[in-house]
Write a protein that binds this ligand. Structure first.
Ligand SMILES: NC(=O)c1ccc[n+]([C@@H]2O[C@H](COP(=O)([O-])OP(=O)(O)OC[C@H]3O[C@@H](n4cnc5c(N)ncnc54)[C@H](O)[C@@H]3O)[C@@H](O)[C@H]2O)c1
Length: 542
């Protein structure tokens, strides 16, 4: 029964399309394409309207030529899965399928769909036949077999390979196919090119597909749009023509005047650049984990230490990692590189040391945060079992509604395993898919690494902060969302109705706030915040 519907985060149930709907939908798209062509617009199909594709599609649809006329007509093409079909219908109403703090996202999508009429979304793959350019923004997952061991995982290539086949079956021979998906290095030249060429030959096309790669550096959040449009890009193509076409296209849609393009010789270089870029960031984050633990046992506040070091310009990209490193990219991208070395490029030696270690450290950091919760409760003479724990923040970083691989998920699962009763609040997350569908994606779901997870099925994300705070035993600050930064300790304790355990996983609490909680009889702990013990002693002496 469930299979036939796709439910949007605001609870609307959309029946999935049936066979007849495809014919009608194709007629609708064809009509729009004819009109766009009459206006001289280029047809761009964006495959996958998720966090990247939805906003990329809007940016392309918003493009104007030197006469300020819309120069592209964009078709966001989304497979009609139960999880994602609703995105098509929302987009076609002019509503963004992604939620973010950036005030540019919603009006841009609305403008392009309803006013400029340069953006539509569809579920029919047949729209591909109209494309002058196809942008591939589908996901490419890395399934981990064990928690904290990236090496035993694998890249789930089947869906991406199928996408290459679907595209090659339908596109015009001179269509530019721009892969933006983060892929395992070697994918464009060694997987996509031969597979698509084979289909071209079967279709009697003698030329090679014009394949290019240019990765996204999007940061969903306050600068969502700018992180795509007003940001530096790296690109490459499988041959000279593909390279020239991708350079021309990106020059038209991205602000390359201010943020110049870097054109690399081969796609494997562009693919590798993405993987190294993210492995570097995963590594500098993981590096802080051991120093956080050092700080906790030696009276050091790591937040102040980091801020002191960041004054030095050469070290100003040092970052505090929070209760885990989530998002779709950092937990997996290094894995794509390690996997590609063996399974695409054919090497048997083990050259990777730092990249897998960094990912493994990041993936298990939340387990330590859960220990702090247990210890804070123990200091107050209470067991973790049956404690009412409120976790503030479900997403992987501040000001976004993206929960993918968030540290909060592992924290919640571990606390539930230890018997805690869990409540979660997040202003940006409507549905926490990882819990709603925890049995649906057996390979990627992290519930299988823990026991006692059944009770988390359907975990509701609370929106009313006051209600969430009422009668709790533990408050965990897990994400730096704006509403949490200024939460008043007096107010919190009033709602909780008693002194509670407070655990700061993201350097959110100022010393003043920590003192207030301590004065109110709470026990406070924090990742990397070893100075709290000193503050406690200070207060005892008062
Ligand atoms: N989210 C980020 O912050 C970010 C940043 C940089 C790069 N990336 C990369 O961009 C790519 C896309 O990521 P995302 O966050 O947008 O993922 P996403 O899961 O939000 O979106 C992907 C969309 O593609 C759709 N899809 C999958 N297969 C399809 C098919 N065959 N046809 C049509 N639609 C299909 C899915 O239903 C989904 O809606 C990934 O490779 C990711 O690593 C993401």
């Amino acid at each position: 029964m469930n299979e036939r519907f796709s439910i949007s985060p605001d609870g609307i149930k959309y029946p999935l399309p049936i066979e007849n709907d495809y014919k009608q939908e194709f007629v609708r798209i064809e009509k729009l394409v004819v009109e766009a062509k009459q206006k001289g617009q280029e047809i761009v199909v964006v495959m996958g309207v998720g966090f990247v594709g939805a906003v990329m599609a809007a940016i392309v649809a918003d493009t104007v030529d030197e006469n300020e006329k819309s120069s592209k007509f964009v078709i966001g093409m989304q497979r009609p899965s139960t999880r994602s079909y609703w995105k098509i219908l929302k987009l076609n109403e002019g509503i963004s399928p992604v939620k973010a703090e950036d005030p540019e996202v919603a009006p841009m999508i609305r403008r392009c769909v309803l006013e400029k009429k340069t953006l539509t979304a569809t579920f029919t793959y047949d729209a591909l036949q109209f494309a002058d350019v196809v942008i591939v923004d589908v996901q490419l997952d890395y399934a981990k077999k064990d928690l904290g061991n990236v090496r035993t995982g694998h890249v789930e290539m089947t869906a991406l390979e199928e996408s290459f086949d679907i595209i090659a079956q339908r596109i015009k021979p001179d269509c530019l196919v721009l892969i933006e998906t983060t892929v395992a290095p070697g994918t464009t030249e060694q997987i996509a090119l031969p597979a698509m060429r084979k289909v071209f030959r079967q279709r009697g096309i003698k030329t090679d597909p014009l394949l290019a790669h240019s990765y996204e550096r999007v940061m969903p959040g306050r600068d969502y749009v700018a992180s795509i449009r007003d940001f530096w890009r790296v690109c490459s193509g499988v041959n000279e023509e593909a390279k020239q076409r991708v350079v021309k296209f990106l020059n038209e849609v991205i602000n390359t005047k201010k943020y110049p393009l870097t054109v690399l010789d081969r796609p494997i270089e562009s693919e590798t650049a993405k993987i190294v870029e993210n492995s570097y960031r995963a590594t500098i984050l993981a590096f802080m984990d051991e120093w956080c633990k050092f700080a906790e046992t030696n009276g050091v506040d790591i937040i102040k230490v980091i801020n002191a070091i960041k004054m030095r310009p050469t070290h100003n990209n040092m970052i505090f990692p929070g209760p885990g490193i989530g998002g779709y990219c950092l937990p997996k991208d290094g894995g794509l590189g390690i996997w590609a070395y063996k399974h695409i490029l054919g090497f048997v030696d083990d050259i990777f040391k730092i990249t897998p270690l960094a990912i493994d450290i990041n993936d298990t950091r939340a387990l330590h945060a859960a220990q702090l919760v247990r210890d804070a409760l123990r200091n107050m003479g209470k067991p973790i079992a049956s404690a009412e724990v409120l976790v503030l923040g479900a997403s992987y970083r501040e000001d976004v509604g993206d929960t993918r691989y968030s540290g909060s998920e592992v924290l919640v699962r571990r606390l539930a395993e230890m018997g805690a009763e869990i409540r979660v609040h997040d202003p940006y997350v409507d549905v926490w898919w990882e819990f709603i569908n925890q049995d649906e994606y057996p390979d990627n779901n992290r519930s299988r690494f823990f026991r006692n997870q059944k009770k988390l099925e359907g975990l509701e994300v609370l929106k009313d902060l006051d209600r969430a705070l009422t009668d709790i035993d533990v408050l965990v600050f897990a994400v730096r969302h704006a509403p949490y930064l200024s939460l008043n300790p007096d107010y919190v304790i009033q709602l909780a109705g008693k002194p509670i355990a407070v655990v700061d996983c993201f350097g959110i609490l100022s010393d003043e706030m920590i003192r207030e909680y301590l004065k109110l009889g709470c026990d406070v702990k924090g990742l990397g915040r070893g100075h709290i013990r000193r503050l406690k002693e200070e207060i005892k002496r008062l």
